[in-house]
Ligand binder design. Structure first.
Ligand code: ADP
Length: 684
């Protein structure tokens, strides 16, 4: 300032400054005293020229609190100029505090020594520019904000859309949940219904169960429940429910049940009783009952027994039936042992033969040795084996029984014994064999007795034949002589004697034949002959002596030649004829018929006699069998005719049988096989 004053006065300087359109001010000293300020600057401040010489702070008090005074002081202090653009300043102009923007410069004016002695403050009002700039920025900001808003809106829209779709999904899910819920509810309802049905069924089942069920509660065994079967078994009504077991059924005291129940209570372990006998009331009586039962402890959540359930099945009938069977079996065993009978049984499943020791002994084994069916068959003598096999096979095929006597050689000692075997095969409806069993007994002694008897009969018959033959011879001589005398009475008497002697001869022959048959000495002497002729001869011969009945003969057409033992077949026919006459009343017809098929001839003898009862039919062909009735009492005979006839027919591989009804006559049949060649040669 000192140098400036050298060439310009202050006023001069101020005049220069005042001319400038740029607002200018000069400050000196630390207090920022306004040394000079042109009008433009003063106009900025909104003041008048009185501000000159005052501190800036006093002159423009509103600058207090704004940074400018501090900044000016800093320039003075540091000597570093300061400048700024668009800086805001709050100034009191035209009566109100307003914001203006300035570009300014605080230039440090220095002396030659480089010391700052004043500050030149230039400023231009850029309020409009700044405001424009601000407005522009604001517009830009608004635009930016708008964009952001738009973006946000878009995002919001997208989010909204997503939300809508999520909402829709949610809705759909809710719907499904609703459906599921409904379904679940329906199921729960159904299940509940089922459970209630189940519960009522269970109740029904328990009450009507075929086993006795009861529950006893507490140590005292109060009868909590008991079904029909239980009440029935105890012989009580449901009045006993709620009472103690002891009180309700005092009859069980002392039978051992109460201590067992007590034990189940203390141990918590179930008790199973098998086929236990109980004496229970039944009306006024006490009856024996058998039961299979369980005492089942029922426990609470802590595992303590609170009650006991009884489940029992009554098996009285089964046990008694079994005991009966056991008793019967025992009796049968005794009987079999006493009768010395061996039994066998074929296990249908395993096909194994199970035998009693006695049966093995009969076949000559030790009782503990093994014996198979095949072994037993091999021991049968060759002569009988075929017959035994055939009868057994027939029984198997037809599902029936067999009764055979045969000779067998014992295993160890090779002794020949006679055995009788009876077997029965039981099949079900499908023909499947269910049981096959039988008995075998030793009949050696009987057979030996029979043999002795047969030998005796044979011997007696034989011995009788010699005198009989001479008797017949003498009668015939006498008949010859008497014929010449004309003594009618004697002639007739001799003729009757002859008939009776013939009958006697036939009888003796019958016995002889039986004896031969039994000793296996009957032999067939087969020849080819015309059966027609044979039948005719027998019929005619019978007619000679029989006048009481009418004999009708229906011959074979065409005639048949058979290969057989002629006299023996004649004996069969003669026997059937004489029986038909013997067992039918006078005046009745006896019809002899012969029929031939391709392979067999069938001869039948029909009468109109007394007939035969069904129970006798099977036995007629047995040796010495005679029907025992009032009708037959007076008719003579020994029961050997049909036996011999059957043997003869069977030896010819034929069959003999009878069809009859008691009171309406009988028809006896026998059939014999025909050899084709013979038949054709006969018819040619
Ligand atoms: P017999 O006649 O000598 O007694 P058979 O063996 O010939 O012996 O006959 C056995 C039994 O069969 C007879 O006793 C008789 O009871 C019965 N019988 C035989 N033939 C007839 C028949 N035609 N009608 C009724 N019963 C008969």
């Amino acid at each position: 300032m000192d140098k400036a004053t050298q060439r310009f006065t202050n006023e001069m300087l101020l005049d220069v400054l005042s001319l400038s359109h740029h607002a200018t001010a000069i400050y000196a000293t630390d207090n920022i005293i306004i040394e000079a300020a042109n009008d433009a600057m003063i106009a900025f401040w909104g003041k008048d020229r009185t501000v000159i010489g005052k501190t800036l702070e006093d002159a423009v008090p509103e600058l207090k609190g704004q940074p400018f005074i501090g900044m000016l002081r800093n320039v003075l202090l540091t000597g570093i100029s300061d400048a700024g653009t668009g800086i805001a300043a709050e100034l009191f102009v035209e009566g109100q505090l307003q914001t203006f923007y300035y570009d300014y410069e605080y230039t440090a004016i220095k002396n030659e020594a480089g010391e700052t002695y004043c500050i030149l403050h230039t400023a231009s009002d850029v309020t409009e520019r700044e405001l424009n700039k601000h407005a522009l920025e604001l517009a830009r900001e608004q635009e930016q904000a708008l964009k952001i808003e738009q973006l946000l809106n878009e995002k919001l829209a997208a989010a909204n859309e997503e939300l809508t779709s999520v909402n829709e999904d949610l809705h759909e899910m809710q719907q499904r949940l609703l459906l599921l819920n409904n379904e679940l509810e329906a199921r729960v309802e159904r299940r509940t219904r089922e459970l209630s049905n189940y519960a009522s069924r269970l109740r029904y089942m328990l009450s009507d169960a075929p086993v006795a069920i009861a529950v006893f509660t507490g140590r005292e065994l109060f009868i909590e429940s008991a079904n029909k079967k239980a009440l029935e078994a105890w012989g009580k009504t449901d009045e006993i429910i709620g009472k103690t077991l002891e009180e309700a059924i005092p009859e069980i005291i002392g039978q051992g049940f109460l201590p067992i129940l007590d034990l189940v209570f203390t141990s918590g372990e179930p008790y199973v009783g098998n086929e236990v006998k109980a004496l229970l009331p039944h009306g006024d009586l006490i009856q024996e009952a058998y039961t299979n039962f369980v005492y089942q402890p029922l426990k609470d959540a802590d595992g303590n027994t609170t009650s006991i359930m009884l489940v029992a099945s009554l098996i009285t009938e089964q046990v008694l039936a079994r005991k009966k069977v056991e008793h019967a079996e025992e009796m049968l065993r005794f009987a079999l042992e006493a009768a010395d009978i061996g039994t066998w049984f074929i296990d249908v499943k395993t096909q194994q033969m199970v035998t009693t020791p006695r049966l093995k002994e009969l076949y000559g084994y030790n009782g503990n040795e093994d014996m198979t069916f095949l072994q037993a068959m091999a021991q049968v003598i060759d002569e009988h084996r075929g017959m035994v096999e055939e009868k057994i096979n027939h029984a198997i095929a037809a599902g029936g029984r067999y009764d055979i006597s045969f000779s067998a050689r014992r295993f160890h000692d090779q002794k020949l014994v006679w055995l009788r075997a009876l077997g029965k095969l039981v099949s079900d409806n499908n023909g499947t064999v269910r049981k096959f069993s039988g008995v075998v007994m030793d009949i050696t002694e009987q057979k030996e007795d029979e043999q002795r008897k047969n030998d005796f009969i044979g011997m007696v018959s034989h011995e009788l034949k010699t005198p009989l033959t001479s008797l017949i011879a003498y009668v015939q001589i006498l008949q010859g002589r008497m014929a010449k005398t004309g003594d009618i009475f004697t002639i007739n008497a001799l003729s009757k004697m002859n008939i009776q002697l013939k009958k006697m001869g036939e009888m003796i022959n019958g016995f002889l034949n039986v004896s031969r048959l039994e000793s296996g000495k009957i032999l067939l002497e087969k020849t080819d002959f015309n059966l027609q002729e044979l039948l005719k001869d027998v019929v005619e011969e019978t007619m000679l002596t029989v006048t009481t009945h009418e004999l009708v003969f229906l011959p074979c057409d065409p005639p048949v030649i058979i290969h057989a033992d002629q006299p023996k077949i004649a004996a069969v026919v003669s026997n059937l004829l004489s029986n038909a006459i013997k067992y039918s009343p006078r005046g009745k017809i006896v019809t002899i018929r012969c029929e031939a098929t391709d392979n067999t001839i069938l001869v039948s003898v029909k009468d109109e006699g007394m007939g035969i009862k069904p129970q006798d039919i099977d036995k007629l062909f047995d040796r010495f069998y005679r029907v025992n009735s009032k009708h037959t009492e007076t008719i003579s005979g020994f029961g050997i005719g049909l036996y011999l006839s059957a043997e003869i027919v069977q030896h010819h591989e034929g069959k003999i049988w009878v069809e009859s009804k008691s009171g309406s006559g009988s028809t006896f049949y026998f059939s014999l096989p025909i050899h084709r060649d013979i038949k054709s040669s006969a018819s040619s």
